[in-house]
Each structure stands twice: as structure tokens, then as C-alpha cells.
Design a binder for this molecule. Structure first.
Ligand SMILES: Nc1ncnc2c1ncn2[C@@H]1O[C@H](COP(=O)(O)OP(=O)(O)OP(=O)(O)O)[C@@H](O)[C@H]1O
Length: 322
């Protein structure tokens, strides 16, 4: 990836959950960068570790989690390493301020007994220093995310799912964050609303922010992403510019995810992802890989010539990598 430096960079990030009889390997050796003006889509089937990764970036892991690696936020006067930052720094300077989260279930993110405007104005008063016309700022935020300002005067239950989703985006932008993390922001929405939501996220990136879109909706990722990281069984297995990865996927898992989209005939990926507390030895995708009978490799994610990276035993060799 070229262009301006990253606003957030994760290096060899791993998360383990210690349970009574087992250890869940939720995130393993994940590295990526979030850059201004770009939207990185983190895609993969349910349970592969995407949400745990987002929680790790914000210091929101539960007590039984062990985290390794580094996450650097480069947006203030000095870089902050988020995995070791004190909770007071994360709470007062990072979460909701420099790094905003668009949560998975938008409807439950808002209080049902107050209008959206009352909640947004209160959030603006808390997050923006100095005096200002918070109602006017709320209207401007609503317009920024494609919501008519009049909708703010309603209670959450009076709004449609798509309007709520856009209201939640407005909350995420209240502090003018540099980085926006959106965790499955389109779950439960119909296709036109999915499109509008991811278009709004893409617009937020184009304003100069860095956006991480976590989704298992490949069509949504294809529509909005500038870059993509494909996650399988806690690891990133393919990474690169979205046009390259979606246009010419190299990892058999990426190919399978794409083949399962409606636009490509809905061919389901055979088998199921492995249990993260009982991962097979070697390549975790092998039991589902079309080349499992002839491939015994166990590659780590490795950079290729150009901006792409791949974890597959058949690296590019002039033809196709696998
Ligand atoms: N507190 C926890 N203790 C133990 N295991 C956990 C905990 N939180 C998450 N996990 C496990 O971590 C793994 C990754 O979960 P995660 O929610 O990140 O997946 P995901 O890719 O976001 O899937 P989904 O889209 O369904 O949310 C799962 O096996 C999950 O059961």
C-alpha cells in the first residue's frame, strides 16, 4: 500500500482466551495498516476472529483474554501503543474520540426512551471541546450520513433499520475520529440498505479517515473496500488491494468465499471452519481445500512481489498460485 502513513497499525497481534479445559486461538499473528482515505474490509466466515480483533484494537477484551503483539495509533501528537495503554488513556483519549466503533447491533446502541437528537447533542457536548451550536452540529452530522435532520427528533423505535444504522454512524463521527471501526454494520439490513451503509462508510474514508469494515458480506466488501484482508481460523490468509484480491483471488478460501456470492452463482463453500480451541496441525484450511490431497504445505502469510500477501503453499509462479 502506498500513500500517506498509517493512522493505525497492528503488528503480529494474537489473542487467546483461556477457558477451564482449553485455549481459544481467536486471533493469530495478524498485521495490517489502516490509512487515511482507505477502507480495509476484514472478511471471513462467522467465528474466525473478526470481532475479537476489533475488541483488541479498542482494549475491550474480557478478563480471560491474553493479547500479544502491538497496535500503534499514530493520530495524536505522539503515537500510542494500544495493547499496553492504561485504561484511562483508552477511555479518555482513544475510544469514541480518536477511534470510533460502529457496533454490530445498531438498534441496541441507542437508548429507547430519548430522542436520537437528545442523545446525539449530549454526545457532542461530551466529545467536542468548547462552545458551539450542538443542534446545528447534530443536523450537519445527520446530513453527512444521509439522514434527514428531522429524523433526529424521533425516538429510536420510530426509525427504520436503515435510519437507525445511519444515526449510529452519526454518533461514531461525533468526535471527528481519525479511525472508524465498523463491526458487521450491515447485519439484518436488506441489500439496498447494505449498499447505502457501506457507501456511507466509503464516504467517511474518502473524507480522510481510515475505516475498518468487518463483515462476512463479501458483496458489501466488494462494493466499498479499497483493500481487503481475508481471515480464516484466526489468521489472515490473503491480503491486498480489493480490486486485485476480488478480481483475481489466489487463496482457495478467498475463491470459495467469492464463489458463494449471489453474483457468482451461490456455490457454497464445502465443510465448516474449524473449532478455534482445537485447530488442526498445519494449514487450517486443508480439510476444505480442493487441493488437500496433493498439498502438505503450511505457509505463514508472506508478502509477494507487489502489494499482495498470501498464506498458501503454492505461491505465485507466473501462472496461478494454486
Ligand atoms: N470471551 C470469550 N471467551 C472465549 N472464547 C471467546 C470469547 N469471545 C469470543 N470467543 C471465541 O473467539 C472466536 C472468534 O469469535 P469472533 O466473535 O471474533 O468471530 P467473528 O469472526 O467476529 O464471528 P461473528 O461474525 O459470528 O461475530 C470464536 O470461537 C468465539 O467463540
Amino acid at each position: 500500500m502506498t500513500g500517506p502513513g498509517p493512522l493505525l497499525s497492528a503488528r503480529d497481534l494474537s489473542v487467546r482466551f483461556r477457558l477451564r479445559d482449553s485455549v481459544v486461538q481467536a486471533v493469530t499473528d495478524v498485521s495490517f495498516e489502516l490509512r487515511p482515505g482507505r477502507l480495509l474490509a476484514l472478511v471471513g466466515e462467522s467465528g474466525c476472529g473478526k470481532s475479537v480483533l476489533a475488541s483488541a484494537l479498542l482494549g475491550l477484551l474480557p478478563g480471560n483474554a491474553e493479547i500479544r503483539g502491538e497496535v500503534w495509533l499514530h493520530t495524536g501528537s505522539e503515537p500510542v501503543e494500544l495493547t499496553s495503554a492504561p485504561e484511562r488513556v483508552l477511555a479518555r483519549q482513544v475510544r469514541g474520540r480518536r477511534v470510533a466503533l460502529v457496533p454490530q447491533s445498531a438498534a441496541t446502541a441507542l437508548t429507547p426512551v430519548r430522542t436520537v437528537r437528545a442523545q446525539l447533542v449530549e454526545t457532542l457536548r461530551e466529545l467536542r471541546p468548547g462552545k458551539g451550536d450542538r443542534h446545528r452540529e447534530a443536523d450537519a452530522l445527520a446530513e453527512r450520513v444521509g439522514l434527514a435532520p428531522g429524523a433526529l427528533d424521533h425516538y429510536p423505535h420510530e426509525l427504520s433499520g436503515g435510519m437507525i444504522q445511519r444515526a449510529v454512524l452519526a454518533f461514531a463521527l461525533a468526535a471527528d475520529p481519525d479511525v472508524v471501526l465498523a463491526d458487521e454494520p450491515t447485519s439484518g439490513l436488506d441489500r439496498p440498505l447494505v449498499d447505502r451503509t457501506v457507501d456511507a462508510l466509503r464516504g467517511i474514508a474518502e473524507d480522510g479517515r481510515a475505516v475498518l469494515l468487518i463483515t462476512h458480506d463479501i458483496a458489501a466488501a466488494e462494493r466499498a473496500a479499497t483493500d481487503v484482508a481475508v481471515m480464516y481460523a484466526s489468521r489472515i490468509v490473503e491480503q491486498g488491494p480489493a480490486a486485485d484480491v476480488f478480481g483475481d483471488p489466489w487463496h482457495p478460501y478467498t475463491r470459495g468465499l467469492l464463489a458463494a456470492t449471489p453474483a457468482r452463482g451461490l456455490h457454497p463453500l464445502p465443510g465448516h471452519p474449524p473449532n478455534l480451541s482445537d485447530l488442526p496441525a498445519g494449514c487450517a484450511f486443508r480439510p476444505r481445500c480442493p487441493r488437500r490431497d496433493t498439498c502438505t504445505g503450511d505457509p505463514a502469510l508472506a508478502g509477494l512481489p507487489g502489494p499482495r500477501a498470501l498464506a498458501c503453499a503454492r505461491p505465485p509462479n507466473g501462472d496461478r498460485p494454486c
